[in-house]
Write a protein that binds this ligand. Structure first.
Ligand code: NAD
Length: 485
């Protein structure tokens, strides 16, 4: 089994800790590679390399940086199938979804390459004569990028490409469950022509690599995607820095009495059980109108019972494994909580006796909004059905959680749809489509405890740059704003 290294200043080296850890295939529980257990000394070295490379990289014209990103897009396209199979092997999702993970990175590279020819500021009129006013987009400096395992290539790409196009350098700390995907991805970017030191990668734990990276005085920006608890720790330890947080979700689908129930059922299946429920945008709540509750529950349960679990590599699999043993235990713990709270378990609710971190697709009904299973992020194949009397109540239930990432409504009535769009507290609202399916040229992010960061699209560029305001006075005399009227 190969021992992989960390990347610092263009060199793949061993960690100064002298220790390694293994990454497992969640479907087989077999190790697929050994990785460096980085520490604060590695982080410090990597930050120094990123800082040293910054001056030169930020001076390179942005369209030239864009050309490197386009190279990366081409190489990723060539490697798409290999990378997708690696995602299946290390993270467990089914192959078509793994291909989507890589496609998202390709799309992001292309989009951000194009931004190299925009990075717009704006101009406006000065209140004084012979004075010109504008804004310009500036890089931030060295970024610390910290990512989860559920989109092991797409999420790093959402950070790395805007970070680079804006002229920043970075130290990347990938999730410890998917370091091989991260390593391959970074190797492809290296091949695309990103100069030495501009990108650095240190693998290892959140405590030993993540924390020193967030705290490092020369790291001026932190972009983090992960759980709310770790997000909270990061806000505390980062101090005064530009910090972006994409945290958890407890997303819901509203199914109105006038909805196309067949369409809504497919949306609930895709949103609830796609990626084995391990998406920040997973539809873990189905909020259904009482008039259609019985019928919809029957339709949904029939379909859930037919979902096939298995290795993501097999074309007959609908639902792959969870990421690790701890995730299986967490999901099962929530099944026990749901039963104790009085929710009715319609199907699933246990881990099958087989190798791999599998859990049966689970459906609870007769759930009330205040139950823990309806409030807390389970991050597994568990869906809770909550019955409501009308749209007002549905929106109250949708909003009655601490998170605010994604939401959806199935209805044929434009008024219902518009009221949902106007009143749901979430960063994303879908109409007649599930809670998942973001496109890279539109902003993505949440409100409330999900954090208020926006990644992707033009707002993703803003996360990785600063606005400089510029005044050019060509009057040849001292002019005073607000005073010379
Ligand atoms: P996690 O918070 O446990 O870990 C995320 C990353 O943070 C990992 O790389 C981890 O090693 C690192 N980390 C852990 N402790 C740290 C610390 N003290 N300081 C710095 N870094 C630390 O999350 P996870 O289990 O990898 O991912 C699942 C979570 O991510 C879910 O809550 C999910 O909703 C969320 N998520 C959010 C989005 C989004 O865009 N909003 C997208 C995907 C996943």
């Amino acid at each position: 089994m190969k021992t992989n290294r960390i990347l610092i200043g263009g060199k793949w080296i061993a960690s100064s800790s002298g220790k390694t850890f293994e990454s497992l295939n969640p479907a087989t529980e077999r190790p697929i590679g050994r990785f460096q257990e980085g520490n604060s000394a590695d982080v410090d070295k990597a930050v120094r390399a990123a800082k040293a490379a910054y001056g030169k990289w930020m001076q390179i014209p942005a369209p030239k940086r864009g050309a490197i990103l386009l190279n990366a897009a081409r190489l990723l396209m060539k490697e798409k199938e290999n990378l997708a199979r690696l995602v299946v092997q290390e993270m467990g999702k089914v192959l078509p979804e793994a291909r989507g993970d890589i496609q998202e990175a390709i799309d992001t590279a292309e989009y951000m390459a194009g931004e190299g020819r925009r990075l717009f500021g704006h101009t406006t009129k000065s209140e004084l004569p012979d004075k010109f006013a504008m804004t310009a987009r500036m890089p931030v400096g060295v970024f610390g990028l910290i990512t989860p395992w559920n989109f092991p290539v797409a999420i790093p790409s959402w950070k790395i490409f805007p970070c680079l196009i804006c002229g920043n350098t970075f130290v990347f700390k990938p999730a410890s469950d998917t370091p091989l995907c991260a390593t391959r991805f970074i190797q492809i970017l290296e091949k695309a022509g990103i100069p030495k030191g501009v990108m650095n990668m240190v693998t290892g734990s959140g405590k030993d690599v993540g924390t020193p990276l967030v705290r490092h005085k020369d790291v001026l920006g932190v972009s983090f995607t992960g759980s709310r608890d770790v997000g909270e720790l990061i806000t505390k330890s980062a101090g005064v820095k530009k910090v972006g947080l994409e945290l958890g979700g407890k997303n819901g689908i509203i199914v109105m009495d006038d909805a196309d129930l067949e369409l809504a059922m497919h949306g609930a299946i895709w949103g609830g059980y796609g990626t084995t429920g391990q998406r920040c945008t997973a539809a873990s709540r189905v909020i259904v109108h009482q008039k259609v509750k019985k019928k919809f529950e029957r339709m949904l349960a029939n379909r859930v019972k037919r979902l096939r679990i298995g290795s993501g590599a097999s074309s007959s699999t609908d639902v792959g494994p969870l990421i690790n043993r701890a995730a299986v235990e967490k999901v099962h713990h929530y099944t026990e909580i749901g039963k104790e709270e009085g929710a009715r378990l319609v199907c699933g609710g246990k881990a099958p006796k087989r190798t791999g971190f599998f859990y049966e697709p689970t459906l609870f009904t007769d759930v009330t909004s205040d139950m823990r299973i309806a409030q807390e992020e389970i991050f597994g194949p568990t869906v809770c059905m909550i019955t409501v009397r009308n749209l007002d109540e549905a929106i109250d239930v949708m909003n009655g959680i601490s998170y605010g990432l994604s939401s959806s409504i199935y209805t044929k009535d434009i008024r219902n749809a518009m009221l949902a769009i106007g009143n749901i507290e979430a960063g994303l609202t879908y109409v007649n489509s599930s809670t998942i399916g973001s496109e890279v040229h539109l902003p993505f992010g949440g409100v409330k405890q999900t954090g208020s960061t926006r990644e992707a699209g033009i707002e993703g560029v803003h996360e990785f740059s600063e606005t400089k305001t510029v005044y050019i006075d060509y009057s040849g005399k001292l002019q005073k704003a607000q005073i010379d009227t």
